[in-house]
Ligand binder design. Structure first.
Ligand code: NAP
Length: 251
């Protein structure tokens, strides 16, 4: 399925896997909505995307307005805040009129052992990683259905299959994401909506530099490619789950 002119919302687009995914989808022809909390990072990314596509600052008649077609939209968003998420989806619909792809990627990692963990951190893990996915999917789904169908993607973790020694709340949140997506996929069986869970292994990003690990971790772009592959399959093909591991086989 071609991606030209599809509208893709990417949460956690201000760094790492989300940033790489937004760039990759834009290269394939999508208009991308960049959602995360750090506005400056999102604006920089939007500028780089427009520049790579040769669209920046096209004020040909000198009236102060950019005439070029907009291919990115920056919407500062906290996915744990329901009002923020609703406003982000409304802005997307106003700007682009449709949503074809949602990439639920925003996430945080607190890896304290349970005995040492702060309860606020335990709660935050679920509020961002799980409720964030549920909030955003709930808000975006009506627009995806109105657009005639599309793709809901969630970036989960290989931790679901191979839990680490610490980070129980992180693992719990990602198990919740997988459960939510599996049920949603069934719910969507009579609709043209595909649901894909992407489970990366170790990825170098702000979340984790993997310096202590004696192996070659993944780059964010490796995961972005898997997302692009899933959403660009022909209409009759769905990839419900993708694991992206390193050849050093952590897990
Ligand atoms: N790195 C790994 O080894 C690895 C492995 C498996 C899975 N993952 C998953 O991959 C996803 C992306 O992580 P990453 O490795 O790319 O790490 P990252 O560079 O730290 O990216 C996390 C992104 O989530 C955003 N975010 C955090 N809290 C948010 C909130 N409340 N609302 C909106 N956005 C929020 C951050 O932006 P702001 O701070 O600007 O909001 C950032 O853009 C996460 O879901 C993570 O669990 C990572």
């Amino acid at each position: 399925m071609g991606l030209t002119d599809r509208v893709a919302v990417v949460t956690g687009a201000s760094s790492g896997i989300g940033e790489a995914t937004a760039r990759a989808l834009a290269r394939e022809g999508c208009a991308v909505v960049l959602a995360a909390r750090r506005k400056d990072r999102l604006e920089r990314l939007a500028g780089e995307i427009e520049s790579e596509l040769g669209l920046e600052d096209e004020d040909e008649d000198g009236d102060g307005d950019e005439e070029g077609e907009k291919r990115s939209l920056v919407v500062p968003t906290d996915v744990a805040d329901e009002d923020d998420v609703t406003a982000m989806i409304e802005k997307t619909r106003k700007e682009f009129g449709r949503i074809d792809i949602l990439v639920n990627n925003a996430g945080i990692l607190r890896s304290d052992p349970v005995a040492d963990a702060d309860r606020v951190d335990l709660r935050k893990q679920v509020q961002v990683n799980l409720l964030g996915v549920m909030n955003t999917t709930h808000a975006a789904l009506p627009a995806v259905l109105e657009s005639g169908g599309g793709d809901i993607v969630a970036v989960s973790s290989m931790n679901v299959r191979y839990p680490a020694e610490s980070g129980s709340a992180y693992t719990a949140s990602k198990c919740g994401v997988n459960g939510f997506c599996r049920s949603l996929r069934k719910e969507m069986s009579d609709e043209d909506v595909r649901v894909t869970i992407v489970m990366p292994g170790p990825v170098v990003s702000e979340m984790n530099d993997w310096e202590q690990w004696d192996g070659r971790p993944l780059d964010p772009a490796d995961v972005a490619e898997a997302v692009v592959f899933a959403v660009s399959r022909p209409e009759h093909v769905e990839l419900p789950e993708i694991t992206v591991n390193t050849t050093d086989k952590l897990g």
